[in-house]
Design a binder for this molecule. Structure first.
Ligand code: SF4
Length: 335
């Protein structure tokens, strides 16, 4: 924390904008641009678990990469531990990186099959001052034990582990620098349903034991419901609703959040029928993939073409993200 900055949230995203260039349509035409993030604001407090949900292609992963300084935004800023990440010189950014780590979605693709677990888990140690061999080995053993693996597993290769165990290795790798923030991008979506709960329980247990702060990114509402304190819902590069997870799930204020919740499959269709609930229609809007960018044109609500409540004002005026009750924000004229 710098002396000039007052203490604040661990992570603060302010007005983040990210544009992508598409291939030119002709030799002389400028490359068209699409906007992936439209001025995103959010804050993650120390020690909380914050969820970010939305469909594939809504900008979640672009946001994650920007706030880990893996890509540079076109506008806005990201403050982590009080420091403006994208304004830091390379050396200072490198020093700060040990405090933020990421767990990727795919435990098969994110672990190099040719490397032993010890080397994989130790990979972020280049961010720390170098240590003698014994201390390094102890760190690796400590990280593996923290995720329920054996220190002896350090000598094995990724193919010797199941999907759930591989994700544990990825989590051990994230823990080895003793970070403050872990960004988990779809941490269980590549795993069998039977092991998803085990990995989520491990994440929650680690948070309690180590005082970690999480940003959990997922398209799966049940994951976010299970492990987060607060949640933000993203739609086409904008936050459209935010609040305490339990409150948002109990009484969503934005029609898009309602739609996402309605699309969550119920475990027992017979019970749904007895309760008089319709089966969810196979809705491309909640299951299909979008392109990673979204048009910057238009002045109205981006959800209007799909919103059952849309009215004339919605097509003319962009709703701002505003407080709709205590600790709740929504970007809807009718919220
Ligand atoms: Fe629907 Fe209008 Fe609200 Fe947009 S502003 S979500 S179109 S009711």
């Amino acid at each position: 924390m710098t002396a000039a900055e007052p203490p604040g949230p661990l992570l603060a995203v302010e007005g983040l904008v990210r544009d992508y260039r598409l291939p030119r349509r002709s030799l002389f035409a400028p490359p068209p641009r699409v906007r992936a993030l439209h001025g995103v604001d959010l804050q993650v407090e120390t020690g909380e678990s914050f969820g970010l949900v939305g469909e594939s292609g809504c900008g979640k992963s672009t946001l994650a990469r920007s706030l880990l300084a893996l890509e540079r935004p076109d506008g806005g800023r990201v403050r982590f531990m009080g420091q403006d990440l994208h304004a830091l010189p390379a050396k200072a950014l490198r020093a700060l990186r040990r405090h933020m780590q990421i767990v990727f979605q795919d435990p098969y693709g994110s672990l190099d099959p040719r490397q032993r677990v010890a080397r994989i888990v130790a990979e972020p140690l280049h961010l720390l001052p170098s240590e003698e061999r014994g201390a390094r080995r102890r760190r690796i053993a400590e990280a593996l034990s923290a995720v329920g693996l054996s220190p002896a597993d350090a000598e094995k290769y990724p193919h010797e582990f199941s999907g759930g165990q591989r994700q544990r290795i990825a989590i051990a790798r994230a823990l080895i620098t003793h970070p403050d923030l872990i960004v988990a991008d779809e941490p269980v979506s590549a795993l069998d349903v039977s092991v998803q709960a085990q990995v989520l329980n491990l994440l929650m247990d680690l948070q309690r034991r180590l005082g970690l702060t999480y940003l959990i990114i997922s398209h799966d509402l049940s994951v976010v419901r299970h492990v987060t304190d607060r949640v933000a819902v993203m739609y086409l590069g904008r936050i459209v609703e935010q609040g305490p997870t339990a409150a948002v799930f109990a009484a969503p204020r934005h029609p898009y959040t309602r739609r996402l919740l309605d699309a969550v499959p119920r475990p027992d269709p017979a019970r749904r029928r007895r309760a008089g609930q319709a089966e969810p229609a196979q809705d491309r809007s909640t299951s299909g993939r979008h392109t990673p960018g979204h048009s910057t044109a238009d002045g109205g609500c981006p959800f209007a073409p799909r919103c059952p409540l849309a009215e004339a004002r919605c097509r003319a005026e962009l709703p701002a993200l505003r407080a709709v009750s205590q600790a709740r924000l929504a970007a809807c004229h009718l919220a």
